[in-house]
Design a protein. Structure first.
Length: 72
């Protein structure tokens, strides 16, 4: 279900960015403007991915003294 949430958020941000670009530029959209419209969802997606991986690694860390090898 998390993947669907991320996809919906990315699509919403992409739509918002394209609407803002459409309002700001009356001419047809160039390749540079398409890249500008796609940049926010990609950057936010990358940030979400790395934050999720960081917190997952932080949760799974156990100090060595709690390891079974060190118990007598």
């Amino acid at each position: 279900m998390k993947h669907v949430d991320v996809a919906v958020i990315a699509a919403t941000l992409w739509l918002l960015a394209s609407m803002v670009l459409d309002i700001l530029t009356p001419k047809s959209i160039t390749a540079l403007m398409i890249a500008a419209a796609l940049a926010p969802p990609f950057l936010i997606g990358i940030g979400i991915h790395f934050a999720r991986e960081y917190f997952k690694a932080k949760r799974s860390y156990r100090p060595p003294q709690w390891d079974e090898r060190f118990r007598n």
